[in-house]
Design a protein around this ligand. Structure first.
Ligand SMILES: Cc1cc2nc3c(=O)[nH]c(=O)nc-3n(C[C@H](O)[C@H](O)[C@H](O)COP(=O)(O)O)c2cc1C
Length: 166
């Protein structure tokens, strides 16, 4: 959606992000496993807290499966408690919870056992009708921000005619 909105966008696993300075904004998400974010996402969030606090950030989790509201399905879960202090310091625009996708073929034996134990519905419950407008709202914010930057730059330029005025 961000690319469709003509925003230059890289989609990367967290361990492939070398440096944050080139990025104006970060959308960071993780799957939820037993109420926690994946360790790679946690590592990224902790290691880049300062840089993230200086950027526009959106956070999301992919987790609950089944029909109905994602937060209700997760019994009110919105974000890992242990990471909330970091999120508070970063001031993200939003922290979203989206429906997830449990694909038994991708799970190891322990994960299969765990998912059977919690009796979570299996299958792809990702709801693109929720995700798409969320992403479009991000694009709107970022496009608004770049227009503001351009307008400020234009305002700061001295008009040609003014140069010789006393
Ligand atoms: C072992 C296991 C534990 C899970 N625990 C949770 C959980 O605590 N809360 C939740 O909302 N979803 C949970 N899920 C669902 C996953 O977060 C969801 O399927 C996610 O979309 C998986 O993304 P991935 O395919 O990128 O790993 C769990 C799934 C598995 C397999």
């Amino acid at each position: 959606m961000l690319r469709q909105a003509c925003l230059r966008t890289d989609v990367l696993p967290t361990d492939r992000v070398r440096d944050l300075p080139p990025y104006q904004a970060v959308v960071l998400g993780s799957a939820v496993y037993i109420g926690k974010w994946r360790k790679e996402a946690v590592k990224f969030l902790k290691a880049n807290e300062k840089a993230l606090a200086e950027r526009q950030v959106w956070l999301f989790s992919s987790g609950p499966t089944g029909e109905g509201d994602a937060v209700d399905l997760g019994k009110g879960w919105r974000f890992p408690k242990s990471l909330q202090p970091i999120a508070n310091r970063i001031w993200p625009h939003d922290i979203a919870v989206f429906h997830g996708n449990v694909d038994m073929k991708k799970l190891n034996l322990i994960e299969r056992w765990m998912i059977k134990n919690v009796k979570a519905p299996l299958g792809d419950f990702r709801d693109w009708e929720v995700v798409t407008p969320w992403a479009m709202a991000i694009a709107d914010v970022l496009k608004g921000a770049s227009i503001m930057v351009r307008e400020t730059q234009a305002e700061q330029k001295i008009p040609q005619g003014d140069k010789n005025e006393k």
